[in-house]
Design a binder for this molecule. Structure first.
Ligand code: PLP
Length: 400
C-alpha cells in the first residue's frame, strides 16, 4: 500500500525535528559520558524543570475525590470559563469578553490546530522564524499554503514585507512572546500588525503561550485587548504553571461564529476537556496569591538563566545575539563562523554538529523555516545556571 491511499492532511505531517534531536541526545549520552565523564548540556527542549505548583495539583486531586469524573459541558465548564474571562480582563486587559467568548481545549496545541483548521485549504502567513510545530503540524494538517514573512536580523518587524503578503491571505499567525527568538512584540508592533490585517479582512491567530514569561519588568501586550473582531487568541497552562503534561488550554475571540465553529471542532475531536482538569485550571487562575508566587519564582529563575546565557554567548567572537525579553529561548546567529562556501544541509548543520560532538544540544535554525538557517535555538527552560556555564565553556572551546 502506498501513502497515496491516505489523506494528505496526515501523510504530510512531520514529527518535530526537535523530538529527533532529543532522541539523538539520548542515544549519544552514554557514550559521551563514558569518554568524557561529563553529561550533555541540554538546550534543545521546551520542557520545564519546575514542578506544577502544589495548589494546582491539590485542586486536581480534590476535584477527582469530589466526583468530577463525568462528561464535560460542550466548549468548557461555566465556572472555568468565567475564571478565564476574569483572567483575560485583569491580566490581558481584554474588556467585554464573557464565558460565551471562550472554548476550553487540550493545550494551546488544540486551540491552534482548530484555529488553523478554520482556514483549511486557504493561504496564511506568519513571521519567520516560525515555531516548528506550526510549520510541520498545523500547516499540513489543515492543508494551508503558508507564507513565511521574515523578521529582520535583530527580529524587528518588517511591516512593508507584511503589507506585500497581507492582501493575499486569510489569516496571519502571530506568536508573542515568540518561539524561537524570545522576542516580546511591543504594543506598537502588535497594533500595527492587527490594524494592517483588519484593513485587508485578514484574521490574526494570536499564540500567547508564553504570555506570563517576560523579563525586565516588561508586559506582554495581547492583541485581543484591541476591539477588533478579527483576533483569535490561543492560550495555555503549560508554560505559566509548568503544566506541560496536563494538556490544558483555551481559545478566546470576540467573533461568535468562530466560537460556534471551534466548539463543534473541539466536540468532534475529543468531546471536550476532562472535568477534573478544568476544575484544577479554575483554581490555578482564581487563587491569585499562589499564582503570583509560583509565576514570580519561575520567571525570576528564568531571567537569571537568560542573563547568564545571553552574556556568555554575546562574549563569543562571531556570535550575533539579540537579548530576548520573553519566553525561554535565544536564537543567535553564527554566519561569521560558518565557512563561506557551505550550502544547504551542510551549512545548517555546521555549528549544530560541532556543538553536539562536544555534548551541547541545541536546535538548528532550519527547523524554524526557510530564513534563519545560520541560527541555533537555545532553550534555557531545563538548564540551571551552572549547567549553562558549563555549556558556554564548551561552546567557547569549539568556536574560538
Ligand atoms: N505555542 C508555542 C509557540 C509553543 O512553543 C507551544 C509549546 O511549546 C505551544 C504553543 C503549545 O503548548 P501546549 O500545547 O503545551 O499548550
Amino acid at each position: 500500500m502506498t501513502d497515496g491511499s491516505f489523506s494528505d492532511s496526515l501523510t504530510n505531517i512531520r514529527m518535530s525535528p526537535i523530538v529527533s534531536i532529543s532522541e539523538e541526545v539520548r542515544k549519544r549520552s552514554p557514550q559521551f559520558a563514558q569518554s568524557t565523564g561529563k553529561k550533555f548540556v541540554l538546550f534543545q527542549r521546551g520542557e520545564i524543570d519546575f514542578p506544577t505548583p502544589a495548589y494546582v495539583v491539590d485542586a486536581a486531586k480534590k476535584a477527582l475525590d469530589s466526583g468530577l469524573t463525568k462528561y464535560p459541558k460542550s466548549g468548557g465548564e461555566d465556572g472555568f470559563k468565567d475564571a478565564i474571562a476574569a483572567k483575560l480582563r485583569d491580566f490581558n486587559r481584554v474588556e467585554g469578553l464573557t464565558r460565551e467568548n471562550v472554548v476550553v481545549t487540550y493545550g494551546g496545541q488544540e486551540a491552534l490546530e482548530l484555529s488553523f483548521k478554520l482556514f483549511a485549504g486557504r493561504k496564511g502567513a506568519g513571521f519567520a522564524p516560525t515555531w516548528s510545530c506550526a510549520l510541520e503540524n498545523f500547516v499540513p494538517f489543515a492543508g494551508i499554503d503558508f507564507i513565511e514573512v521574515p523578521l529582520e536580523h535583530d527580529f524587528a518587524v518588517n511591516l512593508a514585507a507584511l503589507e506585500k503578503v497581507v492582501r493575499d491571505i486569510a489569516f496571519f499567525y502571530l506568536n508573542t512572546p515568540h518561539n524561537p527568538t524570545g522576542k516580546l512584540f511591543s504594543e506598537d508592533e502588535v497594533r500595527a500588525i492587527v490594524e494592517l490585517c483588519d484593513r485587508h479582512g485578514v484574521f490574526v491567530i494570536s499564540d500567547e503561550a508564553y504570555e506570563r514569561i517576560v523579563y525586565d519588568g516588561r508586559r506582554h501586550f495581547s492583541p485581543l485587548a484591541l476591539p477588533n473582531e478579527n483576533i483569535i487568541g490561543a492560550y495555555t497552562f503549560s508554560k505559566t504553571y509548568a503544566m506541560t503534561g496536563w494538556r490544558l488550554g483555551y481559545l478566546a475571540t470576540r467573533n461568535k461564529r468562530i466560537i460556534e465553529l471551534i466548539r463543534l471542532g473541539n466536540y468532534t475531536q475529543t468531546a471536550g476537556v476532562v472535568t477534573f482538569l478544568q476544575q484544577a485550571g479554575r483554581v490555578a487562575l482564581e487563587n491569585r496569591a499562589e499564582d503570583e508566587k509560583a509565576v514570580a519564582a519561575m520567571v525570576g529563575e528564568f531571567q537569571e538563566r537568560r542573563d547568564v546565557l545571553f552574556g556568555g554567548l554575546r562574549s563569543i567572537k562571531g556570535v550575533q545575539v539579540t537579548k530576548p525579553h520573553g519566553a525561554f529561548y535565544l536564537f543567535p546567529n553564527f554566519s561569521a563562523l560558518i565557512p563561506d562556501g557551505l550550502q544547504g544541509r551542510e551549512r545548517s548543520m555546521y555549528v549544530y554538529d560541532k556543538l553536539m560532538d562536544r555534548g551541547v544540544a541545541t536546535v538548528y535554525g532550519a527547523c524554524f523555516g526557510k530564513h534563519f538557517g545560520d541560527n541555533l535555538r537555545f532553550s534555557f527552560s531545563m538548564t540551571p545556571p551552572e549547567e549553562i556555564r558549563e555549556g558556554l565553556r564548551r561552546i567557547r572551546e569549539v568556536l574560538e
